[in-house]
Design a protein around this ligand. Sequence first.
Ligand code: SME
Length: 158
Amino acid sequence: MAEDLKIITATDKAEQYRSLIPQIEALITGETDQVANLANIAAALKEQFKWFWVGFYLVKEGELVLGPFQGPVACTRIQKGKGVCGASWAQKQTLIVPDVDAFPGHIACATASRSEIVLPLFQGDEVIGVLDVDSEHLAHFDEVDAKYLKEIINLLHG
Ligand code: SME
């Protein structure tokens, strides 16, 4: 396919996700390289939603290491259980944080970040990384984001 993304300007974010997901599927289908696929997913999400930061941390030798992302430079390593990313890994759960200042142990890679959503990436039962999205607005993420972002990361297994 052509590597141009069709960006829609709908205000309904579910609609935006529904337009984006088949395009992401087309981008990553047939490509087996994980870094290439994670890089394109981060870029596609950034283009559609213009979030402050979106990217992946990958589990390497017992810690999360910065992977493909879009946005300002970020912390490179996060320990299990630390910050929102490390907590999502330890708890094997999606975490939606409406106000990062109210999250004990939040790691502020950038002071502009006010709210965050983190989803674990699984291989079988094991967490192999996380998808982290940051917004400069409070309470920017909800269950709609959790549902569609999960659909997107599930495409990685396809
Ligand atoms: N805020 C995250 C750290 C990663 S950056 O936001 C890119 C955390 O608390 O885990």
